[in-house]
Design a protein around this ligand. Structure first.
Ligand code: URA
Length: 229
């Protein structure tokens, strides 16, 4: 991102005022005064205005272990939402980078950075999402093959992208999909009339649910995790 844009986003100053701040030598990048509005900066560099760090507490990125029965939206008339699981001071401006069904558990990403969440969720990015799936009946013998070839979803008039099934035992498997259609995993197993009785998201791209997080707990993403998208 260009430095002038970064300052604008992360301060209360408009475009003209940002130019002035730069011209007045009030901006430091990685410790050095800079007047270069077009300087390309990355999100980890330290940018200061009058000695105050600009980016701190501006962008939040969290992972949360969603419990069953909690709705993945910011507001809901009936159910507790994932936002309700966070302390008040962190809630402002946060949105969800992807959703899970009410009963589904596991990894959810939350942020106030719209560009970042778009990169996580946009269908073209084909990010792998891994789910641990428990089914009512044993998984069909031909499931690997069918999931790999894709299943036709009449409502959307699409065929699902190749998905990988790894069997754990008859009733438990791990499914990797590269899109996020409505109730996608349940509908894929529904092709075999097999009901999904438990569904747990383990990872999104290379971000894995932290095994130390109990249901309902969250932690900030590390800088390395944020940089994955
Ligand atoms: N697929 C589903 O069917 N439900 C989810 O919550 C996520 C993926």
């Amino acid at each position: 991102m260009r430095l002038s844009r970064f300052i604008q986003i992360n301060s209360s100053y408009g475009r003209q005022q940002v130019k002035l701040l730069l011209a007045q030598g009030r901006i430091r990048v990685a410790g050095d005064v800079t007047t270069e509005a077009n300087l390309e900066i990355d999100r980890f560099v330290r940018v200061e205005l009058d000695g105050q760090l600009l980016q701190e507490s501006q962008s939040h990125y969290l992972m949360l272990n969603k419990p069953a029965g909690v709705v993945s939206s910011t507001e809901h008339p009936e159910h507790q939402t994932v936002i309700d699981l966070l302390p008040e001071r962190l809630r402002q401006g946060l949105h969800l980078a992807g959703r899970l069904d009410l009963k589904t558990t596991g990894l959810m990403l939350l942020t106030n950075d719209g560009n970042w969440s778009r990169r996580v969720t946009q269908p073209e990015s084909r990010i792998a999402k891994v789910y641990r799936v428990t089914t009512k009946d044993p998984v069909a013998t031909e499931a690997e093959e069918v999931f790999r070839k894709g299943i036709y979803f009449r409502y959307e008039d699409i065929t699902t992208r190749p998905a990988a099934l790894e069997r754990i035992d008859c009733y438990n498997s791990r499914l990797t999909i590269h899109e996020g259609r409505y109730h996608q995993v349940k509908r894929m197993f529904g092709y075999f009339d097999n009901e999904v009785t438990a569904l747990h998201r383990e990872s999104i791209g290379e971000i894995m649910l932290d095994p130390d997080l109990r249901p309902g707990e969250f932690r900030p993403l590390t800088a390395a995790e944020v940089a994955l998208f």
